[in-house]
Design a protein around this ligand. Structure first.
Ligand SMILES: *Cc1c(COP(=O)(O)O)cnc(C)c1O
Length: 401
């Protein structure tokens, strides 16, 4: 045995080809910058205050009572599966959507694992996956790990300043190799909430071309204009859709990593087959707490939404006053802004790298969420899931720039 620090790779890179392009993320770099400069971090999308006290207490109680401290059941604890089914019934039952907690609900380690497991369980190598660009960063890696090929369809701003899906472009992106559409609405980072006509057209396309759908609905309760409609509620979509959501964004406990899948039994089995060899199970005591969270009264959900709507308005107005072109989000807790009217660099990456030093604020260059980087070159993303004082101070700093 030698104590060499040189790995014996015969010159072969350690990180394999599937993941080579995902070696480092911009988030690590930006967070390091934020720490070094003490800047206000509007880059990463997590709240700077925890969720409801009673939910936190529910987790403590579960832990103390010895509920979930050992491996919970593979599909998730029955209390949470029932709460997920009841939540779907409460919010989407009027659309005809309902799920059997024993056969059609699966608890996962956040939405991230659910997405990865869906891709790993459903894709054959070479299968194409359509995703709306700019897309959440785990999609590309998840598709790559499953051996699939990603096919981005670019969202573009319309005359109203909001981002829109071009349905013709979506139709043209489908090939005989397309296996599924990975759909995120409300959409991170653009804040777009797909409308009924758009979802109906996507549903029709799935039928016509015999595609599966995987929907990422983690922002389902953060819709300020319009309403969230699950794709699974459209005619004939229940049997071909894997619907995914999680507790992180809805209850402001992003560190708990409790997510869930609802799907008909055959699809759920495919997802579970992959999931059981990723984490098997996770977050035992937190599952009980999230079961209680899901049953919070209507006022919790509307309160969360109204609070974030105010924060959206505060940050959007402040950014506009600072000279950005603001693409007002209809949902999520991100706002996308164009830096070109500011007159300096037109490159969002340059802009964001200099921003902490110059202004004491951290934002994320949206181009990192694109395959067609040029489409998002001048865009930056700010998160507004932060305390009012923080948003006000960030706005003041950006305006004094
Ligand atoms: C935050 C986020 C996720 C991750 O959810 P977890 O439950 O924390 O794994 C997934 N999709 C989108 C679009 C997100 O913004």
């Amino acid at each position: 045995m030698t104590a060499s620090t040189e790995p014996a790779t015969d010159g072969r890179p350690l990180l394999n080809r599937r993941l080579a392009e995902f070696g480092t993320t911009i988030f690590a770099e930006m967070s390091a910058l934020a720490q070094r400069t003490g800047a206000l971090n509007l880059g990463q999308g997590f709240p700077d205050t925890d969720g409801p006290e009673e939910v936190r207490e529910a987790a403590v109680r579960a832990l103390r009572d010895g509920r979930g401290n050992q491996y919970p059941p593979g599909p998730g604890v029955p209390e949470l599966r029932q709460a997920v089914a009841a939540h779907q019934e409460r919010f989407y039952g009027h659309l005809g959507l309902g799920w059997d907690p024993d056969r059609e609900v699966l608890v996962t380690a956040g939405a991230t694992e659910a997405i990865a497991a869906a891709l790993l369980g459903l894709l054959e190598p070479g299968d194409e996956v359509i995703a709306l660009e700019p897309y959440y960063d785990s999609y590309a890696a998840g598709i790559a790990m499953a051996g699939g090929t990603r096919v981005p369809v670019t969202l573009r701003p319309g005359a109203d300043g909001a981002y829109h899906l071009d349905l013709d472009e979506l139709r043209d992106a489908v090939t005989p190799r397309t296996r599924l559409i990975l759909l995120n609405t409300p959409h991170n980072p653009t804040g777009t909430v797909l409308r009924r006509e758009e979802l109906a057209a996507i549903a029709e396309l799935c039928h016509e071309r015999d595609l599966l759908a995987v929907t990422d609905e983690v922002y389902e309760h953060l819709v300020f204009d319009g309403e969230h409609l699950p794709l699974a509620s459209f005619p004939g979509m229940r049997e071909r859709t894997v619907s995914i959501s999680s507790a992180g964004k809805t209850f402001s406990f992003t560190g708990w990593k409790v997510g869930w899948v609802t799907a008909p039994p055959e699809l759920l089995t495919a997802v579970r087959s992959a999931k059981q060899y990723l984490t098997y199970v996770s977050a035992g005591p937190f599952q009980y707490a999230v079961a209680e969270a899901l049953r919070l009264p209507e006022s919790y959900y509307t309160g969360l939404r109204d609070d974030l709507r105010d924060k959206r308005d505060l940050l959007s107005a402040g950014l506009a006053e600072a000279g950005f072109r603001v693409h007002r989000p209809a949902g999520t807790y991100f706002v996308t802004a164009d830096i070109r009217p500011l007159g300096g660099t037109a490159d969002g990456l340059d802009f964001c790298l200099g921003l902490p030093e110059r202004c004491g604020v951290v934002a994320v260059p949206t181009q990192v969420f694109y395959d067609h980087r040029e489409e998002g070159a001048s865009l930056v993303r700010f998160a507004f899931c932060k305390r009012r004082e923080v948003l006000k101070e960030a706005v003041a700093r950006l305006q004094a720039r």
